[in-house]
Structure formats: C-alpha cells, structure tokens
Design a protein around this ligand. Structure first.
Ligand code: ADP
Ligand code: MG
Length: 329
C-alpha cells in the first residue's frame, strides 16, 4: 500500500506490529515516550526528527531558534508522560556549505533550553547531508506512574494548557512575507519558533496523579485528541467556545477563525483528561502551574466519535483534522 494511503499513523501501527516487545518494556510504540525498565529503576525515552524543507525553512527560522525547538519538542513528549527530562543525544546531518559559526548558533539555542531544564547533551552522531537534519533523543525520569494516552474514561473532563492555534497561525503569517510587523505578530511567531514544553504543569499534575490520560499537542487539538480517544476507547465532545485563544490570535486570525486552534499543529500544549470530581484540584493548579489550564470538553462513549459543538450544542464540522506527514486527500 502507498504511504500516502496508509498515512503516518497507519505506518506507525504497521511498524508496531513488525517489532517484537522485549523484556523490560513497560510501554513501547504508541505513546509520547517509551517507558522501559533498567536494573536501577526505569526511564522514559523519546525521539523526534526535524528535516529542512519539511519541518523548517532556514529562510525564516534562525539556527538558534531551530536548536531550541528541536530540543523543546522532545522535552514536550517527556512532559506529556509527566516526566523530568535528563539526557539528550543529538544527531546532525549537515550540508557541506555550513560553517562552524552556524553550528555555534544551533547549539546556542539547544544549550539555552537544556540548561533551563537541567538536561545534558551526552552524545549523538554527525554526518554530511543534502539538507539540514536534526534528530534528537531524550531520556527522562518517570513520575511514580507515567501518564499514558490510554487511561481516559467516559465522563472525564478534557483540559488543555495555555492557548491553542498560536504556532500554526504564526507559521501562516510567516509565510505571508509582506505583512506589517506588530507585537501580536511577534508573539505568534515566537510561539512557532520557541514553543514552551509544559514540564512544570505536567509535573504538578503527575505528582497529584490527576490526569487519566495525557498527550502533547504536536499535530493539532482534534488529531491529538483522536489519539487519546483511540488509545482509551472513548469518544469526546469539545466546546468550541471554551477553546483558549490568545489576544494575539484573536487579533490576527481573520478568515482562519478557529481553524488553527482546532487543527493547527506545534502548540506543544498539554491535552489531558481527568475525573470530574477533580475539578477543584485542577482549578487550584491554575495559579501554581505558571500557565492557564482550561476545561474544554468531556469524554463520551466511543460511538460518539470526536465532536466539536458550538455554544448552543450544535455540531460544528471540522474540515482538516490535523497534520499527517504522509497522507494525501
Ligand atoms: P509524537 O507526536 O508524540 O512525537 P509520533 O506521532 O511521532 O509521536 O509517534 C507516535 C509513536 O510512534 C511514538 O511512540 C513513537 O515512538 C513511535 N514511532 C514513530 N516512528 C517510529 C518508527 N519509525 N519506529 C518505531 N516507532 C516509531
Ligand atoms: Mg507527543
């Protein structure tokens, strides 16, 4: 079958069936990070690959921002499990025309974020390549009970941290080169270039064992919610009017309206489910977490699918579900 028909997630599922599960694997392919045993305890492991021309364009991304982002997206996957990142392996494919100053820039971005979160780069690999390629693998410490995508129950509330759609709108605006600069635009661009891994919020939630399921939003709210629903065998109803939007997004979304907030990727906010009796405890975390936590919907029986409704309860059609690297309509 062509990869364009199989899609990214069909392909991953196929790979999952091809590899055998070895000893000590508590959680293998299919979540934000793997969870594996070792003689002294257990670790979380995650990897992400960024490719020039696919994930970034050096015409509008600085190398320092790119370094930051390549680590941030991995830290975000550790956050999605409720873990604490510790070590990174960083592999590079570098075009021949690059010089050492450019690599200094890349590492400046990586080091800034690594230092902030106590992460050490402990190795990697370097090779010549046709275009810039950055592969990062991060190892982290799990909380007492890592939070998987698969634990949500019918009736659980659905929450997100921060605001939605900023990164995707920021990218859409970056592509429109002739737009006037404004503080709102700078804010959205920053959200695209330098996403914040929500490690502090995730650790607070995990310590209190509040989420029943969690994922980070890399491919868009609806798509990533779909992953939780599939893994947990539940459906979901999302209230569009509850989706948290930044002032910058409201000011600049224009015709895009809610599209980026529902289906735009790369916000790297946390999306999680929690039992409804935990509402008060989660509201209290709003002040501690350093980022807003908004309740946006509820888990439904699996037959419900994933629905978005407006304030009157009427279903809203969502055109694009989210990002898939392979799938073509
Ligand atoms: P995320 O968006 O959280 O980074 P992905 O959608 O990239 O997650 O991956 C989903 C799951 O599939 C993860 O558990 C990841 O480790 C696994 N995965 C992705 N690509 C491969 C591959 N080529 N081989 C094995 N596992 C893979
Ligand atoms: Mg993820």
């Amino acid at each position: 079958m062509k990869l364009s028909q199989l899609g990214e997630f069909g392909l991953i599922d196929r790979i999952r069936r091809m590899v055998s599960v070895g000893r000590g694997v508590r959680l293998g392919i299919g979540d934000d990070a793997a969870w594996v045993d070792h003689p002294q305890g257990s670790s979380l492991i995650t990897a992400d690959l960024l490719i020039e021309g696919i994930h970034f364009d050096l015409g509008w991304t600085s190398l320092a921002d790119l370094g930051y982002k390549s680590l941030a997206v991995n830290l975000s996957d550790i956050a999605a499990m409720g873990g604490v990142p510790a070590y990174a392996m960083l592999s590079l494919g570098i075009p021949a025309h690059f010089d050492s100053k450019q690599l200094d820039e890349l590492y400046r971005g990586i080091n800034g974020l690594a230092k902030k979160h106590g992460v050490t780069v402990v190795g990697g690999d370097t090779n010549l390549a046709d275009s810039l390629l950055i592969s990062v693998c991060v190892v982290g410490h799990p909380p007492r009970k890592p939070i998987c995508r698969s634990g949500a129950h019918v009736g659980d509330d659905i929450y997100v941290t921060g605001t939605l759609g900023d990164a995707a709108l920021g990218l859409a605006l970056l592509r429109r080169k002739r737009l006037r600069q404004s503080p709102a635009m700078a804010q959205l661009r920053k959200r695209h270039h330098r996403p914040t891994p929500r490690l502090a919020a995730a650790a607070l939630l995990a310590e209190r064992n509040l989420p029943t399921a969690m994922i980070d939003i890399s491919d868009g709210l609806i798509q990533d919610l779909g992953h939780i629903c599939q893994a947990s065998h539940v459906g979901a109803t999302i209230q569009q009017d509850k989706l948290p939007l930044s002032n910058a997004y409201r000011a600049l979304a224009g015709k895009i309206a809610m599209r980026c907030a529902m289906s735009g990727g790369e916000d790297y906010e946390l999306l999680f489910c929690a039992a409804s009796h935990q509402r008060k405890r989660i509201e209290k975390l709003n002040r501690l977490a350093g980022v807003a936590i908004s309740r946006i919907g509820v888990c439904m029986p699996v037959g419900n699918g994933v629905h978005v409704v407006d304030a009157s309860g009427a279903t809203i059609a969502v055109k694009a579900a989210g990002h898939d690297h392979f799938k073509r309509p």
